[in-house]
Design a protein around this ligand. Structure first.
Ligand SMILES: [Zn+2]
Ligand SMILES: [Zn+2]
Length: 376
């Protein structure tokens, strides 16, 4: 059985690459299951459209298809032949950008033409602190979702009653239409209108879920947040999304992380930034100061003659990498504070310093004088 991919996209054999892309985008927008009115019919069509575009949108595969009428299975295909990798193929990602703003949550796995539908994915937004991002954390979250109905175990049939096979499609969920054309025989499939593609009919629906197989429920679970996550990171909790209709597999839960600010430490990628105030005397003479980090006070040696705004880089004291064992750096910027109130003794000492240190007040001017003295 061969499918006429050109017919699926409604284009001529000699169509240009941009024509193919335009046709695909138009159709994908129209038949996307999340926007189409007749969902199950749209899903089948959407799958065909994607399959056709995966071949015709790739010049190499298209050439092969034009010559031999087929494309070998698994020839770099992310989604052909099954929707396990749906959304991962390059050609598909732009469609998902259009519908979901680039995120994978909300993305529905395509159901096979027959069999129960997979439940929707859910998105949960979780605010965590920078310290939790640094150490990793476990957070309890609770949310509402459609879970499997317990009395009927998700089947949708009243307990004790049977589910019967759909007589129109013989349980396949699709009706087939064979068409003879000058190019050969083409088989097109449509979702069975009687059972909606399920392949089964429920004569006596479950009273709790009214045949849907799912009920609204509050669910709590613990999310493990790995150390090093960044703002916007996403954690997938497989199988914790909505339950599938009529016992279908559950969708996934995506936890999106937003990381709050910290009063002392700022983050940029793997590096952490902080400021430390020191006195003029500490800057001039050198000193040891304590810098606040997530792992307690860190001693830092200030070199004699350190200038205001100087930055020290402490290697390996930044954020941990989510994957791998390395850490970023801690960058400590030194701020020289000028006292606003002086004791009598401090005033005396500073006045004396001012008298004997006047030549140093502006090292540049002093240097210029030396230079002038030696110029010809
Ligand atoms: Zn049917
Ligand atoms: Zn039920």
């Amino acid at each position: 059985m061969a499918t006429d991919y050109y017919a699926v996209l409604g284009i001529e054999r000699g169509a240009s690459e941009s024509d193919i892309k335009a046709a695909y985008r138009g159709l994908a927008r129209k038949f996307h299951p999340d926007v189409a009115e007749d969902k199950s019919a749209a899903e089948t069509r959407f799958k065909e459209i994607n399959e056709a575009y995966e071949v015709l949108g790739d010049p190499q595969k298209r050439q092969q298809y034009d010559r031999f009428g087929t494309v070998p299975n698994g020839a770099g295909g992310g989604g052909a032949g099954g929707f396990g990798g749906f959304g991962g193929g390059e050609g598909f990602s732009d469609i998902f950008d259009m519908f979901f703003g680039g995120g994978a949550a909300g993305q529905q796995q395509q159901r096979r033409p027959s069999g129960p539908a997979r439940g929707s994915d859910l998105r949960y937004d979780l605010q965590i602190t920078l310290e939790e991002a640094y150490r990793g954390a476990e957070r309890e979250i609770s949310f509402n979702h459609l879970g499997q109905c317990q009395p009927c175990s998700g089947s949708g049939a009243k307990p004790g009653t049977l589910i019967s096979r759909c007589d129109r499609c013989q349980g396949t969920g699709v009706t087939r239409n064979v068409r003879q054309t000058p190019l050969g025989q083409f088989v097109s499939q449509t979702t069975c209108a009687r059972c909606g593609g399920e392949g089964t009919i429920i004569p006596t629906p479950c009273e709790t879920c009214r045949g849907r197989g799912r009920v609204e429920r509050t669910r709590s679970l613990t999310v493990k947040i790995p150390a090093g996550v960044d703002d916007g990171s996403r954690i997938r909790v497989a199988g914790s999304g909505e339950g599938g209709a009529r016992g279908g597999p559950a969708g996934d839960l995506y936890v999106y992380l937003a990381i709050g600010g910290h009063d002392r430490l700022r983050r940029d990628g793997l590096d952490l930034y902080t400021d430390v105030p020191i006195s003029f005397a500490q800057a001039a003479l050198g000193s040891s100061v304590e810098v606040e980090t997530f792992d307690g006070e860190l001693p830092l040696q200030i070199a004699p003659g350190t200038q205001p705004g100087a930055t020290y880089r402490v290697r390996g004291k930044g954020m941990p990498q989510v994957r791998g064992s390395g850490k970023g750096d801690l960058l400590v910027t030194v701020h020289v504070t000028v006292p606003t109130k002086l004791s009598r003794r401090e005033r005396e000492l500073l006045e004396e310093l001012a008298r004997i240190g006047s030549d140093h007040a502006d090292d540049k001017r002093f240097f210029d004088r030396v230079k002038d003295a030696f110029s010809p």
